[in-house]
Design a protein around this ligand. Sequence first.
Ligand SMILES: [Zn+2]
Length: 58
Amino acid sequence: MLQRIRCKECNSLVEYDNRSIVEGNRDFENINCPKCGAYLTRVFTDLSPFGQLVDESK
Ligand SMILES: [Zn+2]
């Protein structure tokens, strides 16, 4: 499911997907801010999650 987190460094709102497809093959993956590269959080998933900037101007 989609999660949102705000970057403490540049105040960007970042969205990432923490769902898992394959049970039992999961590992911790770091999510970094796509704008400034700051570490945001980590998720337990079998995918390779990546953060996406959320456009808050809409
Ligand atoms: Zn940032």
